[in-house]
Write a protein that binds this ligand. Structure first.
Ligand code: XMP
Length: 513
C-alpha cells in the first residue's frame, strides 16, 4: 500500500482518488501524525508528499517524519511536498517575490527519459496546474531537472538513484489533463500491479467483519440511503442472520419509499428487518412546529428513542453497524492557529454506540462515495437504488417549511414523484446531484377550468454538486420546466402554482431548511 502524507492541501483527497482509480490502495495521514514507528508499522511501498499552504520558512513549518528518506521506497513530492523535500535533502527554497504562480502553465521537457514521464510529453509540452508562492531555487544533491515552465525552472525534478521525484505543479487536479498518467508511471515504477479491485475489497471486508464480530449479534440502522444499505448487505453477506436491521420509519419518506425499503431488504435479501412504523408518533410531535431547528431536534431525539427501544429488544447485540465513509474519517490538517487536527465524524444515529455500550462496525470507512456505489453493484444492489440522489435524515420535514400536516406531506409526495418521473424520462437523473419538490407554506389564487382555485405553491429544486458543500442550480430548458409544471398541476390535486428555485449554494442551502 501507498502512504500519502498530508501537508494540508485542499486537494489531497484527489491524490487518493487518482490512485484508487489506478486500483492502488492508499491512505492519507497528516504529517503530524506519522513518525518513525508509524512508518515501520505501515510499511509503505511508496510515499507521496501532498501540497500544502505553508512555507518551509514559517515557524514550525510542517516537516516529513524522520526516517522517511531512508525507507528505500519511491517518494513523490508535490508542490509544498517538493519544496519540503528539497529543504530536507540539502536544496534551497526561495520565497515568492514576483515568481508566485497560480493557474495554468506549460511544462516543456529538459530530458524526458525519466520513467515518471513515459508517454507524457507527446506534444512537446504539457499543460499543468500551478499554485505556489515559494519555489525551489537550488536542487538537492543527486537531483536533476526533467521539465521546466516559465516561472518554475524546477517544475519536474528527480533523483533517479533513490527514486525520489518532485514536481512543482499539481498532477491530481483536473487542469493537469495528463496528471493521472504521471501517477500511473509512479505507482508502476514503485511495483504496484493495480490489483486493488472492488471484488477483492469485498472479500477482504467480509473476512474483517467476521474476525471482528465473531459469533456476536450486530444491529444496523437502515435509512434507505446508499451507505447504510450497502453496509447492511455487506455485513449480511459476512455474518448472515447475526445481523438485524432496524428501519425507523418517521413517516417523512417519499412516495412508496418505506415499502420499497422493506421489500428490498426483507423480501429480496432476506435480511432480518424490524420496520418500526412510527409515523403517528413523529407527526404528532411535529404538530404545530414551524421552527426548522426545533423540527430537526424533535426528529433526531425521537429517532434515537425509537432506535434504542427497538435495539433493546434484540438479545445479545454487541455491535452497531454504521455506513461511515472515508471523507468522514480522514483527519484533515488545519492551519488556523498552528497545525491542528480536526476530525469530522459521522454519526447516523448520533452518540448511540456510547449510550448503548455497543462497539462499532464500519465496513465502509476506507471508501469514497463512488466506491461505495461500486461495492453496492458488486453486491448485486440494483443500479436504480445505488444511483439514488441523497435524501436527508429528517426527510420531507425540511422540504415543508412551516407547519407540517398530513395533507401537505401527501401533496408533496405526489408532486415530488411526478417531478422525479419527469427527470428520469428526460434522461437527466444521473446528471443531477439532487432534485426534489418542496411545498411552500402559502396558498395562492389560480384559475382552472372556469373556477377560482386557492391552493398550495410548490418550489422545485435541482442542483449539480460534487460533495454537497457547494452547488449550482440545474439549467433545465424552459420546455422541460413548463411541461413539468403542467403535469404537476394536472396530476396533483391541491397545487396550483409551481416555481423553480434558481439559487446556488452558497448563498442558498440545498434543502429549504
Ligand atoms: P444543505 O441543505 O445543508 O444540504 O445544503 C447539503 C446536503 O446534505 C443533506 N442534508 C442532510 N443529510 N441529515 C442528512 O443525512 C440531515 O440532517 C441533512 N440536512 C441536509 C442535503 O440533502 C444535501 O445533500
Amino acid at each position: 500500500r501507498l502512504l500519502i502524507i498530508d501537508f494540508g492541501s485542499q486537494v489531497t483527497q484527489l491524490i487518493a482518488r487518482r490512485l484508487r482509480e489506478l486500483n492502488v490502495y492508499c491512505e492519507i495521514h497528516p504529517f503530524n501524525r506519522v513518525d518513525e514507528a508509524f512508518l515501520r508499522d505501515f510499511a509503505p511501498k511508496a510515499v507521496i508528499f501532498s501540497g500544502g499552504p505553508a512555507s518551509v520558512f514559517a515557524d514550525g513549518a510542517p516537516m516529513p517524519p524522520a526516517g522517511v528518506f531512508d525507507l528505500g521506497v519511491p517518494i513523490l513530492g508535490i508542490c509544498y511536498g517538493q519544496q519540503v523535500m528539497m529543504h530536507c535533502l540539502g536544496g534551497t527554497v526561495e520565497r515568492g517575490h514576483g515568481t508566485a504562480e497560480f493557474g495554468r502553465a506549460y511544462v516543456t521537457p529538459k530530458d524526458d527519459r525519466l520513467p515518471l514521464l513515459d508517454g507524457w510529453f507527446a506534444e512537446g509540452r504539457e499543460q499543468v496546474w500551478m499554485s505556489h508562492g515559494d519555489h525551489v531555487s537550488k536542487l538537492a544533491p543527486g537531483f536533476q531537472v526533467y521539465g521546466t515552465s516559465p516561472n518554475a525552472p524546477f517544475a519536474i525534478t528527480a533523483d533517479t538513484d533513490r527514486n525520489f521525484f518532485a514536481v512543482q505543479f499539481h498532477p491530481e487536479v483536473h487542469h493537469t489533463p495528463k496528471g493521472a498518467k504521471l501517477y500511473e508511471n509512479f505507482v508502476r515504477l514503485a511495483g504496484f500491479t493495480g490489483d486493488w479491485t472492488m471484488a477483492s475489497y469485498k472479500d477482504d471486508a467480509i473476512e474483517k467483519i467476521r474476525a471482528q464480530v465473531g459469533d456476536k449479534r450486530v444491529i444496523c440502522g437502515l435509512s434507505g440511503g446508499v451507505d447504510s444499505s450497502v453496509a447492511a448487505v455487506l455485513i449480511h453477506e459476512a455474518i448472515g442472520d447475526q445481523l438485524t436491521c432496524v428501519f425507523v420509519d418517521h413517516g417523512l419518506m417519499r412516495l412508496n419509499e418505506a415499502d420499497e425499503v422493506v421489500a428490498m431488504f426483507r423480501d429480496n435479501y432476506n435480511i432480518p428487518l424490524i420496520h418500526a412504523d412510527e409515523s403517528d408518533l413523529f407527526l404528532g410531535a411535529l404538530e404545530g412546529v414551524a421552527d426548522p431547528e426545533v423540527k430537526r431536534k424533535t426528529i433526531g431525539k425521537l429517532f434515537i428513542d425509537v432506535f434504542q427501544r427497538e435495539a433493546a429488544g434484540i438479545d445479545g447485540a454487541e455491535f452497531l453497524a454504521q455506513g461511515t465513509l472515508y471523507p468522514d474519517v480522514i483527519e484533515s490538517v488545519s492551519f488556523s492557529g498552528g497545525p491542528s487536527v480536526t476530525i469530522k465524524s459521522h454519526h447516523n444515529v448520533g452518540g448511540l454506540p456510547e449510550k448503548m455500550g455497543l462497539k462499532l462496525v464500519e465496513p465502509l470507512r476506507e471508501l469514497f462515495k463512488d466506491e461505495v456505489r461500486a461495492l453496492g453493484r458488486e453486491l448485486g444492489l440494483p443500479q436504480s437504488f445505488i444511483g439514488r440522489h441523497p435524501f436527508p435524515g429528517p426527510g420531507l420535514a425540511i422540504r415543508c417549511p412551516g407547519e407540517i400536516t398530513a395533507e401537505k406531506l401527501d401533496i408533496l409526495r405526489r408532486a415530488d414523484a411526478v417531478y422525479i418521473d419527469q427527470i428520469r424520462k428526460h434522461g437527466l437523473y444521473d446528471e443531477i446531484w439532487q432534485a426534489f419538490a418542496a411545498i411552500l407554506p402559502v396558498k395562492t389564487v389560480g384559475v382552472m377550468g372556469d373556477g377560482r382555485t386557492y391552493d398550495y405553491a410548490l418550489s422545485l429544486r435541482a442542483v449539480t454538486s460534487v460533495d454537497g458543500m457547494t452547488a449550482d442550480y440545474y439549467p433545465f430548458t424552459h420546455d422541460f420546466l413548463g411541461e413539468t409544471a403542467t403535469r404537476i398541476i394536472n396530476e396533483v390535486k391541491g397545487v396550483n402554482r409551481v416555481m423553480y428555485d434558481v439559487t446556488s449554494k452558497p448563498p442558498g442551502t440545498i434543502e429549504m431548511e
